[in-house]
Design a protein around this ligand. Structure first.
Ligand code: NAD
Length: 267
């Protein structure tokens, strides 16, 4: 018996990297997966990959900063798959920028996508999960940057640290409601995904991050070789396997916890 047979999951940021691997891993364990992302081409590609592997999935264009779109995504998921059990708040952006150079819009954007998006997802998924009535799991993708500071990534760290404590507070709220919903955060270290080429567009903060991590460019392999005790960058599947654990009944006694998957980075 697969671990998520009969369950329904929403995965945000599923067009790329960790989100794509998570959509595939949840589907491989039997879940029906609503993959969402602002990147429609990438999202359709994920949808195709999951279906080609025999998984049950659909894709919706979705900006996690929009409350209206969250309502539409949750409604469409319940209509399409008959309920909701699992929410993976994975969509995220990293802006490499020194605080003194950071326009207010860049600060606000990082918090909107990385933190407010997580709040909106929980707000609208929880009533649907409660109505489905099987308990459930919310997994919020934070970062090692939600556990410790990184020069040039202050806005990202602020948002990811917020995700960590939001998850713990929500875990207690759900536990008090006896709704069977567990809430946990996941803290990836250096994972080889396209996010690293996107940070590099940020300018000065990216230079500060390069200097503090000792790498001369933002290559995940180089940074991990220098900073992760295991000596190599993780793959998106390394995170997806942790998320499957937190989504499944294997973690039935785990809530309000933080799963660090970082090759020893924070050890
Ligand atoms: P990625 O850039 O490959 O994927 C992120 C996805 O989020 C993209 O498909 C992007 O289109 C989507 N996205 C961005 N803004 C969005 C929005 N407003 N609404 C909906 N979707 C949006 O990056 P990734 O490395 O796979 O990152 C996934 C998560 O893991 C992020 O939350 C990231 O902060 C976190 N993380 C990544 C690493 C790493 O080393 N790769 C480390 C720690 C944490």
């Amino acid at each position: 018996m697969r671990r998520l047979e009969g369950r329904v999951a929403i995965v945000t940021g599923a067009a790329s990297g960790i989100g794509r691997a998570t959509a595939a891993a949840l589907a491989a364990e039997g879940a029906a997966v609503m993959a969402t992302d602002i990147d429609v081409a990438g999202g359709e590609e994920t949808h195709g990959l999951v279906r080609a592997a025999g998984g049950h999935a659909a894709f919706l264009a979705h900006d996690v900063t929009s409350e209206e779109q969250w309502i539409a995504v949750v409604t469409a998921t319940v209509e399409r798959f008959g309920g909701l059990d699992i929410l993976v708040n994975n969509a995220g952006i990293a802006t490499g920028m020194a605080v003194t150079d950071m326009p207010l819009e860049a600060w606000n954007r990082q918090l909107a996508v990385n933190l407010t998006g997580v709040f909106l997802g929980a707000k609208h998924a929880i009533p649907a999960i409660r109505k489905t009535g099987r308990g459930g799991a919310i997994i919020n993708v934070s970062s090692v940057a939600g556990l410790e500071g990184a020069a040039g990534l202050a806005g990202y760290c602020a948002a990811k640290g917020g995700v960590r404590l939001f998850s713990k507070a929500l875990a207690k709220e759900c536990a008090a409601a006896r709704d069977g919903i567990r809430v946990n955060s996941v803290h990836p270290g250096i994972i080889d995904t396209p996010i690293w080429s996107r940070i590099d567009e940020g300018g000065l903060g990216a230079e500060a991050f390069r200097a503090s991590s000792g790498a001369n460019r933002l290559s995940p392999d180089l940074i991990a070789a220098q900073g992760a005790p295991l000596g190599f960058a993780g793959q998106p599947e390394d995170i997806a396997r942790g998320i499957v654990y937190l989504a499944s009944d294997d973690s039935r006694y785990v809530t309000g916890s933080e799963l660090v998957i970082d090759g020893g980075w924070t050890a």
